[in-house]
Write a protein that binds this ligand. Structure first.
Ligand SMILES: [Zn+2]
Length: 207
């Protein structure tokens, strides 16, 4: 997902000839992995705003956001910390694959200053999982093979745990709180509640 920075564009920006919206603001660095600790069984402000933006821009529907915190296992998923949402997309449908491709392009394309993965960084995206691949911020969002820790092997893993029927997005703590630059001029959600997820009961690890 990393692209080169056109020198001419950089020069124009230095001269103040281009200053589009967020591009004029300092951009956040890539998120580190920030595991879920504290229970927050409702989407946090940034999570809700981003989830609604995805549906409004790319269609589909939310299929999971908040998730109850287990008493025995504690908080094992960003869903339980209000920092994750799931978005409907079936890998078997061409139209859905196109929707996901459009979302990933929007998240990872460079801005006019040449900042790579610009929206994802401004949103505080920590990682995305789709169709057996994870796109982790701490590795520059380069896709890597993904296997849920509840699955010993891919062939025995459900479509949901393989994320072949939905896209998962996790935010870092600042992004989930709506404190990164992408949220600066966006309204707080009217409701903090979203439908419960269909992938409850999973084990530890990114999901
Ligand atoms: Zn999820």
């Amino acid at each position: 997902m990393r692209l080169g920075v056109p020198a001419l564009l950089g020069l124009l920006l230095c001269l103040g000839l281009l200053a589009p919206g967020h591009a004029a603001e300092p951009i956040e660095d890539y998120s580190s992995y920030q595991p879920a600790h504290k229970c927050h069984p409702a989407p946090k402000t940034g999570t809700a705003v981003l989830g609604r933006w995805v549906v409004r821009k790319f269609g589909g529907r939310p299929v999971g956001g908040a998730r109850p915190c287990g008493r025995k296992q504690g908080v094992t998923s960003e869903h339980q910390a209000g920092r994750a949402f799931d978005w409907s997309a079936d890998v078997r449908r061409a139209a859905d694959r196109r929707r996901v491709k459009a979302l990933l392009r929007a998240l990872f394309e460079p801005d006019r200053r040449g900042n790579e993965d610009a929206r994802a960084r401004r949103m505080g995206v920590m990682y995305v999982i789709w169709a057996d691949r994870i796109y982790p911020a701490w590795n520059g969002f380069r896709p890597e093979p993904y296997l849920n820790s509840a699955c010993e092997q891919r062939s025995k893993c459900s479509r949901t745990l393989r994320h072949r029927d939905h896209v998962h997005v996790s935010l870092d703590r600042d992004g989930a709180r709506g404190r990164t630059s992408w949220y600066a001029d966006r309204q707080a959600p009217h409701s903090a509640r979203q439908p419960s997820t269909s992938e409850a009961g999973r084990a530890d690890g990114p999901a």
